[in-house]
Structure formats: structure tokens, C-alpha cells
Design a protein around this ligand. Structure first.
Ligand SMILES: Cc1cc2nc3c(=O)[nH]c(=O)nc-3n(C[C@H](O)[C@H](O)[C@H](O)COP(=O)(O)OP(=O)(O)OC[C@H]3O[C@@H](n4cnc5c(N)ncnc54)[C@H](O)[C@@H]3O)c2cc1C
Length: 292
């Protein structure tokens, strides 16, 4: 097997253009598992770990750009104000996996259990792709993630990163697994509040063929907060009945299957529990100025 070692993004894109069959490898925490189990034997790999341009993040014009090569450990260290992303990053694997694993790799694998993905979906993030021949394009997260382990990337493209509009408001990521660490999600949920637009966004992982948004639940809670005046006055209480209904609508948005990690019924129940908790945390946080 050939291993190609570009030292710049330009070089990486040139190699991908000339060798579209070559498989990119970032942290290798997904790819090397497939290689070690003999499920994959690419003729060539392009090691992106030396491409510094992919490993940075910036904020500009109210948007955040997160490079594909940013590791979970770097996110935890450098991006504390992006709490849901940090919570998801902290929940990935072990310290060794977080030191190597990247968000670009999570997107490239496109597993419904990828923990960064519900966060990107809740942020309404775009995935930025680039090829040497055609330049850059951005796809909405749901246009990029086309199915379980399937994406819309073209053979000569690389994932450059992901971009989203910065939101003002509280939020969280939480997941359910068989234990507290080093665990693949049985259900994962990201909830973010967009105070500017009076919106609550909820994305689910591990409970469908790909990441799902709970749009009916989003509309129900936004409407309840509008009619009660809670958007203007965060001290107004959202009733238990509204919170219950929200949990039920989030559970109804899941499309879970039975598998070795959990039954569909357990996953749906998990969504309800995660949704209720995330909403209560967000409502409580709105009463504190911590996120301002
Ligand atoms: C022990 C263990 C525990 C884990 N725990 C979790 C967990 O809790 N949560 C979770 O979500 N994941 C977990 N994972 C999976 C893995 O760590 C993540 O999916 C990680 O984000 C993969 O990133 P990577 O950089 O290592 O990707 P790689 O393995 O290098 O690549 C993964 C895929 O993405 C493609 N790719 C990577 N970068 C690019 C790019 N820039 N352009 C185009 N394609 C690209 C590769 O070709 C490949 O198809 C775990 C893995 C292990 C081994």
C-alpha cells in the first residue's frame, strides 16, 4: 500500500485530483479499525495529519469555521464557549482517541452514531468540500450525510471543514450508552436555543439511518415559549405538560431499529429522557447569564 504524505492543502488536493481512488486518513481512529479487521485494503492512502490548514478554527462575520483536521482534544481545549460541541467531543472514546480523532473523520465516516454530527445538525452547519478542479462548495449537513456511512463527497474532493452561524443561547449534547465512557451512543441528542430567532433546535444521533432533526418538537416548544412570553421573560415557567409533550414529539421523530446495542423501544424512550433533560437544562440556563 502506498502512503502519500502531503504537507499542504494544495498538495493534498493535487494528490486527490490525480489519485481519486486514494483514501484520505486523518486520525485513523475509524480507518485503521477497518484496515486491521481486513474490511478495507486501499491501494493508496493520503495522510492528512501534516496538513496544518485543516487543523484550525476561526470566527468571522458571525460564523464559525471548524477545520476538518481539528481533533476532539483541541476542541475541548480551545473552544470552551461552544458547550454542546465540547460536551460531544469530551464524550468521544478515550484520551488517545480524542487526541487523534477529528470532526472531519466523523463526517467522512458518516455513522449515525458519530457524536459530533448531532451538534453540527443542531447548528444547521454546512460541510465545506474542495477539489482542485472545481474549487469549493458547501453542502447543508443533511445534503452531505446521504445515508448510513454514505456522503455526497466526490472522489476528487476533500472535506475542508464545517461552518455554521454562531448562535446566542444555551445548549447541550448528551448521550446514552452502556456505560459512562468509551462507548458508542445508543441514543445521542443535541439541543440548542437560538435566542435571536426564537428557535429551539434538536438533533438526534444513533436512532435512525442518519442524523435526524425533531422538527415538530422544535415548533411545539418555540410556539409554547412565544405564547407564554418566555422568549422575552426567561423567568416564566414552561409547564410540565409542555415539557412532556416536547419529550414525546422528540421520541416520535426517532426512527430506531433493534440492534446489539439496544432495542428500538429503549432508544425511543432514551430520546424522550434526553430531550426532557436537555430542555430543562436550557430553560434553567436561560435564567442565568452564563451563556451571554
Ligand atoms: C476505541 C474507539 C472509540 C471511539 N469512540 C467514539 C465515540 O465515542 N464517538 C464517536 O463519534 N466516534 C467514536 N469513535 C470513532 C472515531 O474516533 C471518530 O469517528 C473520529 O471522528 C474519526 O476521526 P479520524 O480523524 O480518526 O478519522 P479517520 O479514521 O482518519 O477517517 C475516517 C473516514 O473519514 C475520511 N476522512 C477523514 N478526513 C477526511 C477529509 N478531510 N476529507 C475527506 N475524507 C476524510 C476517511 O477517508 C475515512 O473514510 C471511536 C473509535 C475508536 C477506535
Amino acid at each position: 500500500m502506498e502512503v502519500l504524505l502531503p504537507h499542504s492543502l494544495e498538495e493534498a488536493l493535487a494528490i486527490k485530483g490525480e489519485r481519486p481512488e486514494a483514501t484520505p486518513i486523518a486520525g485513523g481512529t475509524d480507518l485503521m479499525v477497518d484496515l486491521n479487521f481486513g474490511r478495507l485494503r486501499p491501494a493508496a492512502m493520503i495522510d492528512l495529519s501534516r496538513v496544518a490548514e485543516l487543523a484550525s478554527w476561526q470566527q468571522e462575520d458571525g460564523h464559525v469555521f471548524l477545520g476538518a483536521g481539528l481533533t476532539y482534544a483541541t476542541i475541548v481545549k480551545e473552544m470552551p464557549e461552544f458547550k454542546p460541541l465540547v460536551q460531544a467531543s469530551r464524550s468521544v472514546g478515550s484520551p488517545q482517541i480524542r487526541n487523534r480523532g477529528t470532526v472531519g473523520g466523523n463526517l467522512g465516516t458518516a455513522s449515525p452514531a458519530g457524536d459530533a454530527l448531532p451538534v453540527l445538525a443542531a447548528y444547521d452547519a454546512d460541510v465545506v468540500l474542495r477539489s482542485r478542479a472545481r474549487g469549493e462548495r458547501s453542502l447543508a449537513w443533511h445534503a452531505f450525510l446521504t445515508g448510513p456511512k454514505k456522503t455526497a463527497i466526490a472522489p476528487d474532493e476533500l472535506i475542508i471543514g464545517t461552518r455554521w452561524r454562531r448562535l446566542r443561547g444555551p445548549g447541550s449534547f448528551s448521550k446514552i450508552g452502556t456505560r459512562n465512557a468509551m462507548v458508542i451512543s445508543v441514543a445521542g441528542l443535541c439541543l440548542v436555543v437560538d435566542e435571536e430567532n426564537g428557535a429551539v433546535k434538536v438533533a438526534l444521533g444513533s436512532v435512525g439511518p442518519t442524523i435526524l432533526r425533531a422538527t415538530e418538537a422544535e415548533q411545539q416548544i418555540a410556539a409554547a415559549m412565544t405564547s407564554s412570553g418566555a422568549w422575552q421573560d426567561s423567568s416564566i415557567t414552561i409547564t410540565e405538560q409542555v415539557i412532556d409533550e416536547f419529550g414525546s414529539l422528540v421520541a416520535a421523530a426517532a426512527k430506531p431499529l433493534d440492534d446489539v446495542r439496544g432495542t428500538a423501544a429503549y432508544r425511543r424512550h432514551g430520546c424522550r429522557v434526553l430531550a426532557r433533560r436537555a430542555l430543562i437544562w436550557a430553560l434553567n440556563e436561560r435564567r442565568l447569564p452564563a451563556w451571554l
